[in-house]
Design a protein around this ligand. Structure first.
Ligand code: NAP
Length: 251
């Protein structure tokens, strides 16, 4: 079903692809033949490593630095990509941060930073790319939300709000772009083993495990494989959906 030709000729932009889930998504898309633009903000070397890994497996990729929370920088990134490649077929809004705290202790800065990266960042890339998607009359946009955006989570009011907002953004833009065959979906991961979850206290992670029906923390590939499916022609009749990849946490 999926092989090195599935996404042949497709151009994919993955935000926050220097590590974690974004890296896994970049590798999966490139493994199926897409040319992948590996976006990073601070971790240039790690993004270059991802590009090198893709080249080693015979794929095509390039790094592209940009802080997705910066509207003008996103406009410039899109301009550069379109000038060089002429189009983007697959956009994965994966870049995200956490600044966890209870609302009593949460600073305004931590609230704004999380909303600006996780929610406005996705708006920025979609806003600047929409014209090009419409012109091509095709495309796949996949926004990485979170189980926290679906269920809420104590200590993550800013993060949950950003990820729930991303679901609203996904559904609205799916409606706006559907007449041109462009599919816009969200993936809502549960707890996935990355640096983001490694930063969490062990007790919290162990407690979380108890609430996962499938009884394990997810792997990056669990998310990457779902994104791969949504990015492919096998998902041409799916739009405006939230796919929870969370071991059953949100049942
Ligand atoms: P991670 O390991 O912390 O990686 C985050 C990535 O986002 C990095 O590549 C980072 O790039 C990039 N990034 C952060 N701010 C950015 C900005 N302003 N502009 C561009 N890139 C930026 O996180 P992860 O666990 O892989 O999470 C990836 C996505 O999945 C996030 O949206 C997260 O909310 C979501 N998610 C994760 C989990 C989980 O359990 N891990 C669960 C649910 C949802 P630089 O290092 O270059 O800045």
């Amino acid at each position: 079903m999926f092989d090195s030709k599935t996404l042949d000729g497709k151009i994919a932009l993955v935000t926050g692809a220097s590590r974690g889930i974004g890296r896994g998504i970049a590798l999966a898309l490139a493994g199926c033949g897409a040319t992948v633009l590996v976006n990073y903000n601070g971790s240039k070397e790690r993004a270059e490593q991802v590009v090198a890994e893709i080249a080693n497996m015979g794929g095509q990729a390039e790094v592209i630095g940009c802080n997705v929370s910066d509207y003008a920088a996103c406009e410039q990134m899109v301009k550069e990509v379109i000038e060089k490649y002429g189009k983007v077929d697959i956009l994965v809004n994966n870049a995200g941060i956490t600044r966890d705290n209870l609302i009593m202790r949460m600073s305004e800065q931590d609230y704004d930073d999380v909303l600006n990266t996780n929610l406005k960042g996705a708006f920025n890339t979609m806003k600047h790319l929409t014209r090009h998607f419409l012109k091509n009359k095709s495309g796949k946009i996949i926004n990485i939300s979170s189980v926290s955006g679906v269920m809420g989570n104590a200590g993550q009011a800013n993060y949950s709000a950003s990820k729930a907002g991303l679901i609203g953004l996904t559904k609205s833009i799916a409606r706006e772009l559907s007449s041109r065959g462009i599919c816009v979906n969200a993936v809502a991961p549960g707890f996935i083993e990355t640096e983001m979850t490694k930063a969490m206290p062990k007790s919290v992670l162990e407690g979380a495990k108890g609430s996962i029906p499938l009884g394990r923390i997810g792997a990056v590939d669990d998310i990457a494989n779902t994104v791969l499916f949504l990015a492919s022609d096998y998902a041409n009749y799916i739009t405006g959906q939230v796919v929870c990849v969370d071991g059953g946490m949100s049942i």
